[in-house]
Design a binder for this molecule. Sequence first.
Ligand code: XIL
Length: 373
Amino acid sequence: MTARPRRLARIAAALAAGATLLAVTGCTQQGDGSTSHAASATATSTAPLRTIAAKAGLRVGVAVNTDQLADSAEYAKLVGQQFSTVTPENVMKWDATEPKLGTYDWTAADQLVAYAQQHDQLVRGHNLVWYQQLPAWLTAAAPSMSADQLRQVLKDHITAEVTHFKGKIWQWDVVNEAFDDTGQLRDDIFLEKLGPGYIADAFRWAHAADPDAKLFLNDYGIEDAGMKSTAELQFVQDLKSQGVPIDGVGFETHVDSTYAEPDLETELMRFAQAGFDVAVTEADVRAQTPIDADQVKTQSGIFADTVSACLDVPQCISYTIWGLDDKDSWVPSTFPGTGGATLYDEDLKPKPQFAAVQKALARGVATAKKRVK
Ligand code: XIL
């Protein structure tokens, strides 16, 4: 695969930005302007991502497995040390929060929110409406509910959850993966029973419960130009023009490194120019196992490019990685034969992908003035 001109430009920028990384990590240069390899390696391994990202005006996040957070001191330490925003990987989803109709369980999600507050982190709430991980009672009952009944159940769920966390959530993924792979609204139980208006309703109900939270539509497969991203852009523009309280669009960014790299920056920019905040919400970069050094290089380059894409778009307010480490990643069980998709290995040691993200963030420090918070 030949590198695209844009990638080459970034490699050049990366080399030029070496000094920036040293500056933000507090490493001093020798009198002759050179820096020893050892000094630069130390700087690279000790500068937390969140510290560098803050200087670039960006929040960097991770999807948290709350069982690991409770059980592993090392896992918990890294989550607090490296990231300035957290996303619950599963514990704010409908099946976890409303195990019986009208009976709520916030225990695990509350623990994560408390952890985030103790570590000066913001929370991405994920998610309020999704066709997956619905509670069994809802999946069983929904087909025989009337539209009014299902609308009420949906409204009650969104209102209860957003009210419970009012004032504690920075961004909510209000509706998750609402489009299918062809760019049509997904033919799920909500569309079937309620029609497309359920999406506008969901945003209005969420806004009524917490007017200060930023409300996002979150999806995969919109990281490159195509039918899906074009349809979704049109859709959110329509929502906005109708006065629906939507603030942003989340780009999941689950990348398979064996395929052509998505042109994420162009897509982030298209949505940003239409007046939306954007965020990279679930970044991971998988490769076919066993993974060799060349694949690691490719994965590292893709991570760096997606971080740079976000940094280059002032409205890109956060960059979140889906899972702290390869042991806890959803990738191997979801895409058999692939793995290695996160920044840390199975023993919680940082991989070259970590250093690549670190360097890409450092490059953003130079352009920080252009960014909005
Ligand atoms: C995944 C979790 O990582 C898994 O643990 C769970 O079994 C299934 O869901 N898009 C999303 C996330 O929006 O919520 C999904 O998370 C990954 C794909």
